[in-house]
Design a protein around this ligand. Sequence first.
Ligand SMILES: Nc1ncnc2c1ncn2[C@@H]1O[C@H](COP(=O)(O)OP(=O)(O)OP(=O)(O)O)[C@@H](O)[C@H]1O
Length: 507
Amino acid sequence: MTTDPGPALQLTGITKRFGAFVANDRIDLGIAWGEVHALLGENGAGKTTLMRIVTGLYQPDEGTMRLDGEPVTFRRPEQALRAGIGMVHQHFTLVPTLTELENLTMAPAFLPWANGRSAARRKAAEVERATGLRIEPDRLVADAAVGERQRLEIVKLLSRGARLLIFDEPSAALSPGEWDELAKLMRRLAGEGHAVVLISHKLSEVFAVADRWTVLRGGAVAGTGDIAGTTPAELVALMVGESLAPRRERTPATPGGPALVIEGLTVARDSGATALDEVGLEVRAGEIVGIAGVAGSGQSELVEAVLGIRPVAGGTIEIGGRRLERRTPEGFYAAGGALIPEDRHHVAVIGGMSLGENINLRALRHAPLARRGRIDIGAARVRARRLIEEYEVRATGEHQPMARLSGGNQQKAVLARELSTDPSLVIAVQPVRGLDVRATEFVYRRLTEHRDRGGAVLLISMDLDEVLALSDRIAVLAHGRVRGVLDAADATRAGIGSLMTSSEVTA
Ligand SMILES: Nc1ncnc2c1ncn2[C@@H]1O[C@H](COP(=O)(O)OP(=O)(O)OP(=O)(O)O)[C@@H](O)[C@H]1O
């Protein structure tokens, strides 16, 4: 299909306030059919708010929207979707206790087939072919990794006839191969006359797929233009209002004693299938060990086993030289562990509690916040404010409900909470997920400083560049087994990639 490029969506003077706070400030933005338009900006710049307006989740206080030249008002997401506008959210909208196929059959396109499983399966296969995205019809969504859930979200949206698709940081949980696939899909959709809006903090992705860009800063448009003729440095400067200092040279690690020792760890998935098969892994004090692997290779189960929330069929786990006999989260934290979880929304934050309460959650049982069984509210407030400042969490104050912070700022709060208790072992799963360029540099520096002070870090990430940039040693996990452990200095993308996709154990 060919479509003349033309104005798909035109926003004029869009303003959105939350109380006295102006999240979107008189925004003019045009998205054309046939283009991939990157929407950029620091954490809290107002990107998600604007896209929530476009998809009917929020109503603007001022301004107008036109779709194909016609004024439109969306009071609910269904209205936007009916008009062909859909969003792949940072937090997915799937039902975890249903299978992927069951989740898909809830979409109207499938309803006529909903009572016939084989027909629904055929329809699912058809959508898979059309989108080039795989799904596992019989897998419970709860068992799917974040990246796999996201894929299902996209399939669901396309099956509902979305023509303008908004991707909110879609690559956060994807392996390089999955991202390449998604990038191709975005280009294909644009080529077929769809419009794609890409919210991303990764400029390499933006330059790989986008035709045009718009930068938001402090809720207002800071600039817009064509990707051709723009440099990443120019966009960074527009986003943060300054240029970023170059990353410091990393010094080699000086590893000490073992901080985490895992031997022969065998763990099952919820379905009973083997998730980890006799996995051995060691992280020493003063080093960062990265785990590279495609989503669903057993990373989540590894973390859950160490944390003590997943039964272990065999093997041992030692933290700080002590074997964890009764494995519980309390035991993990008491042994000096800290965790930056993969799924921020469901596991890492309590949305109904304030930012300050979330930041202090792990410090409440000990002095100086706990005094004779009571919490010193004044000390808690001071501590929260200090960490909010130190971690540059952008919020109206420590009282702001956590759910009202932008995604990136929630992530900064999680980091503040976990790193501020001086842990000996940090398990960091996708630690910069959703963070802007400046905050990403900040976290990388923090984790490296933690290592330099003798702390141990187990880094789990689907982002191979991140694993390569941060790790001292890299363990490659594939199909529940460690396929090799490499010194980061000698590791190459290609070498890791071939181990990541290997199905035979060569060791
Ligand atoms: N429901 C709400 N109530 C109050 N403030 C809100 C609400 N939603 C968003 N905000 C505020 O609006 C600002 C913009 O948030 P938004 O989520 O749009 O940012 P963003 O550019 O998408 O950031 P990120 O890159 O971190 O996702 C933030 O400071 C946030 O705290």
